[in-house]
Write a protein that binds this ligand. Structure first.
Ligand SMILES: Cc1cc2nc3c(=O)[nH]c(=O)nc-3n(C[C@H](O)[C@H](O)[C@H](O)COP(=O)(O)OP(=O)(O)OC[C@H]3O[C@@H](n4cnc5c(N)ncnc54)[C@H](O)[C@@H]3O)c2cc1C
Length: 417
């Protein structure tokens, strides 16, 4: 493969794919193209710490020396404009072209925009990139009142972070609960209670009709019932859309993301897609999904590298995710939608509890608040294909560990029989 592998996007997925190609023994050219002008960095700290600390530095995914040391040709500040799938060639912003033998699309996603009157005022922002985080940090220093549209993970993380930095924060969520359907209602109301206790104002079942400004800068968000919420910064956090346009224009199949098979190949087999931009049929639930998490991006990247090296393993990683909202570390493992019963361990009053979700007596996943041990054990159980009976969960972590050990000990007998 003389033209080697070109990776478009140097986020969590793209950088891991480059590293994994080398780890797996690929010795052809690896070219990593990014439209950002940064050393690739971790995104999760942006909403949790970076925006409240004027001195905080970005956390690089890999040290600068890694790229040259692994013979990875990292090319920042270059946007890929077009894929010529038949000629196996990319057209780049600024006029260049780049041939490839295999292409990995790791283009991620971007914030969903709201067509609101006033959305183009300065001070109206969203958070995806380091550049966005720098802007929010700068605006935060000049803002007393911040309005956040969207009560999902990112919106609530930002709310907690800016509240801790002394801002007056109002979260406006269109539906009647926080965190959509991402977590159980009991977790959503727990998060709400603690954020409100910390001083954030939360309006659910509320939409914003328009944003008002003074001298071109936002000054207020006006709700559809007419309440005027003062704001020197408005952050729009209503979810993301996958960056599929490049693939779509090249005739690659799209279904809520770039559609991939269990080896991460798109409808054009030489072109793979991974991370936030990729959608697939989930091995565990059989549902079509597009997951937005660091774990999903890095595990898919590892698998894509193996596919390119000729392995045929299918994607069977157990999904997990975390979010830090103020003093709550939320950790989720498995996919919990469609559950019909659950078991709760721990104590809401102590801000430490876990919910074990079941469907037809099969463990689907676990959601934890400040119980990292439950989360780690959950990853082991789901990874081993072990579904403990609900009464074993209710007996507590020691009983669960013993049941998992017994299950693993019986593995050879199960495999044989
Ligand atoms: C503020 C924030 C906090 C988060 N917190 C968590 C968390 O706590 N836990 C968790 O699991 N996940 C979290 N996430 C989600 C996680 O960061 C994403 O799931 C992950 O970044 C996906 O990786 P990716 O490589 O697919 O996409 P990205 O990291 O978005 O990288 C895609 C890259 O491709 C570039 N690109 C796109 N198109 C082109 C083009 N045409 N040419 C060149 N380059 C292009 C983009 O600019 C970008 O740099 C968070 C995300 C954000 C924004």
């Amino acid at each position: 493969m003389k033209n080697g592998v070109v990776i478009v996007g140097a986020g969590h997925a793209g950088v891991q794919a480059a590293a994994s190609l080398r780890e797996e023994g690929y010795d052809g050219p690896v070219i990593l193209v990014s439209d950002e002008n940064e050393l690739p960095y971790h995104k999760p700290p942006l909403s949790k710490t970076f925006i409240k600390d004027q001195e905080a530095k970005p956390q690089p995914l890999r040290g600068e020396a890694f790229y040259a040391g692994s013979t990875i040709d990292y090319r920042p500040g270059i946007k890929v404009d077009r894929i010529d799938a038949a000629a196996q060639r990319l057209e780049l912003s600024g006029g260049g072209a780049l041939p490839f033998d295999r292409l990995i699309l790791a283009t991620g996603s971007r914030p969903r925009m709201l067509p609101l009157p006033g959305a183009d005022l300065s001070g109206v922002v969203s958070l995806r990139s380091l550049a966005d985080a720098r802007l929010i940090r700068e605006l935060s220093a000049q803002s007393e009142d911040v309005v956040i549209l969207g009560g999902g993970f990112i919106g609530l993380e930002i709310a907690a972070t800016l509240k801790a930095a002394g801002r007056k924060v109002t979260v406006v969520e269109a539906v009647d609960r926080l965190l959509g359907r991402a977590v159980a209602p009991v977790i959503a109301s727990h998060v709400r209670q603690r954020l409100e206790a910390a001083g954030a104002r939360i309006l659910t079942g509320t939409t914003i009709a328009r944003l008002e400004g003074e001298n071109g800068h936002v000054s207020a968000a006006v709700t559809s019932s007419g309440e005027r919420l003062p704001a020197q910064m408005v952050i729009i956090g209503i979810g993301v859309v996958p960056n599929v346009e490049l693939a779509q224009a090249a005739g690659i199949a799209i279904a809520n993301g770039i559609r991939v098979d269990p080896q991460m190949r798109s409808s054009v087999p030489e072109i793979l897609a991974i991370g936030d931009a990729a959608s697939y049929r989930h091995w565990f639930t059989g549902a079509d999904v597009r997951l937005e998490s660091v774990q999903n991006a890095t595990d898919q990247a590892r698998l894509a590298a193996r596919t390119i090296l000729g392995h045929a393993d299918a994607f069977t990683a157990v999904p997990w995710f975390w979010s830090d909202i103020g003093d709550m570390k939320l950790q989720m493992v498995g996919l919990t939608s469609g559950g019909d019963s659950h078991v709760v361990l721990g104590d809401l009053g102590e801000n430490k509890f876990s919910i074990y979700h079941y469907a037809a007596n099969r463990l689907l996943g676990i959601e934890s608040v400040n119980r990292p041990g439950d989360h780690m054990l959950g990853r082991k159980m789901l990874g081993a294909g072990f579904s403990p009976p609900p009464q074993t969960v209710a007996a507590g972590p020691d009983a669960l560990k013993a049941a998992l050990a017994a299950f693993q000990q019986d593995e050879p007998a199960r495999a044989a029989g």
